[in-house]
Design a protein around this ligand. Structure first.
Ligand code: P6P
Length: 336
C-alpha cells in the first residue's frame, strides 16, 4: 500500500462523484467511522481507564453488559444523529428502537448496530468489533413502533464493520463491492488499504464453536464430519478450523483468505431462533460477504431475503466461500 493511499473521505467523495452514494450518506459513514475510531481509543486505553470489566446490568439479549458495551453504544448514539436523515437507531444494547424524528420520511436512514461485538474477548485482549447496517426508507413511517424498522437485509444501502485487532480496520460496502480501510496512527485517518475485496470461492478452513457438536442438526454434523475426514474423506482435502468468539474477526479472516463461518440454530438455542441477531449482525455481514463474491444463508434461505418479525430476532448463520455455503444448503435440502 502506498503511503499516499486515499483517506475514507477522499474515497467517499469519489464514490459520490460517481453517483454511488449521496452527500448525506457520506456524512453518516464518516460519523460512524468517528464512532469506531473513538471506540478503538477507549479499548486500547481500557486497562488504564479501568473499563474492561462487566457492569451490574444485562441487555435485552439477557447478556451481562461489559462497561465497553455501554460506552460503545453511547458513542454510536452520540455521533449517528449528526446526519439529519437518520430517523431511528436500532442497537443490540437497547430494548426499543430509538426514534429521532416524529415523522420519518421516504429517503431517511435507519441505522442498526452492534456497538461492540465479541466483548467477552475484551478482558483477555482478543479481537472485538463494531457492526453497522443502514436502510433507506422507501416510504414515510406513520407509526413509531419497533415493527416499523423491520426490513429484509436486501433493503440495506450500506453495511460495514470495524475490527479492533492488531490494527483497526473499517470494512465498508454501499452495494458497489467491498473496500477495506486501516486506521493510520498519527494522522488518525482511515486510509484505503484493501480496495475491491474479493472472497476466495474455495476454502479449506471452517469456523464453528465445536463444543456445541452434540446440539447440531444432521446437515451441520455431516458437513463438519466430512471436513474432519480430510483427504481420505468425501472432501478429498484437509481442512483447518478456527474459532475466535468474535464474528467480526471471523468474517474479516474469511474476507481476507476465504473460509466459512457457521453459527447454526441448534438444540441449545432453538427456542431463541439461534445465537446471532438478524438486523445488526447477520444482515450487514451477509451484505458484505455477498458484495465480495461470497454467500450468506440460513441453510434454508438467503439471509438477506429473511423477512424479520422482530428487531432483536435471531437467525442461523452460514456465510463465506460460495462453494461451501452451496454444499451445506444442499445438505439441508436433502434433509428437508
Ligand atoms: P460463542 C459474540 O458474543 C458473538 O455474538 C459473535 O461475535 C461470535 O461469533 C459468537 O457470539 C460467539 O459465540 O458460542 O463462541 O460464545
Amino acid at each position: 500500500m502506498s503511503s499516499d493511499s486515499q483517506t475514507l473521505r477522499q474515497f467517499l467523495l469519489a464514490e459520490q462523484r460517481q453517483g454511488r452514494v449521496e452527500q448525506d450518506m457520506v456524512l453518516l459513514i464518516e460519523d460512524i467511522a468517528t464512532s469506531c475510531r473513538t471506540i478503538a481509543h477507549q479499548i486500547r486505553n481500557g486497562a488504564f481507564l479501568n473499563i474492561l470489566g462487566a457492569t451490574e446490568t444485562s441487555n435485552v439479549q439477557g447478556e451481562t453488559q461489559k462497561q465497553l458495551d455501554v460506552i460503545a453504544n453511547d458513542i454510536f448514539i452520540k455521533h449517528c444523529p449528526n446526519c439529519a436523515r437518520v430517523a431511528a437507531l436500532v442497537s443490540e444494547e437497547i430494548d426499543d428502537v430509538i426514534w429521532l424524528k416524529d415523522a420519518p420520511k421516504a429517503g431517511d436512514y435507519l441505522v442498526y448496530f452492534d456497538p461492540l461485538d465479541g466483548s467477552s474477548n475484551l478482558n483477555v485482549n482478543l479481537s472485538v468489533g463494531s457492526i453497522f447496517s443502514i436502510v433507506e426508507l422507501a416510504e414515510d413511517i406513520t407509526e413509531l413502533s419497533n415493527e416499523a424498522v423491520l426490513f429484509s437485509g436486501a433493503k440495506q444501502v450500506c453495511a460495514g464493520y470495524s475490527l479492533y485487532g492488531p490494527s483497526t480496520s473499517l470494512i465498508l460496502t454501499t452495494g458497489h463491492g467491498v473496500n477495506g480501510f486501516t486506521h493510520k496512527i498519527g494522522t488518525g485517518e482511515f486510509n484505503l488499504t484493501f480496495p475491491d475485496m474479493r472472497l476466495p470461492e474455495e476454502t479449506e478452513e471452517f469456523a464453528i464453536n465445536a463444543s456445541r457438536f452434540k446440539k447440531w442438526d444432521a446437515s451441520i454434523t455431516r458437513y463438519v464430519e466430512e471436513c474432519l475426514e480430510g483427504k481420505d474423506g468425501p472432501r478429498g482435502k484437509t481442512f483447518n478450523m478456527r474459532w475466535t468468539a468474535s464474528m467480526v474477526a471471523e468474517v474479516h479472516r474469511i474476507l481476507m483468505r476465504g473460509g466459512i463461518f457457521l453459527y447454526p440454530k441448534d438444540t441449545g438455542n432453538a427456542d431463541m431462533g439461534g445465537k446471532l441477531r438478524l438486523l445488526y449482525e447477520a444482515n450487514p455481514m451477509g451484505f458484505i460477504v455477498e458484495q465480495a463474491g461470497g454467500k450468506a444463508s440460513t441453510g434454508i434461505e438467503r439471509i438477506l431475503d429473511v423477512e424479520p418479525t422482530s428487531h432483536h430476532q435471531r437467525v442461523s448463520v452460514i456465510l463465506g466461500s460460495a462453494s461451501e455455503v452451496d454444499l451445506i444448503d444442499s445438505y439441508y435440502k436433502e434433509n428437508a
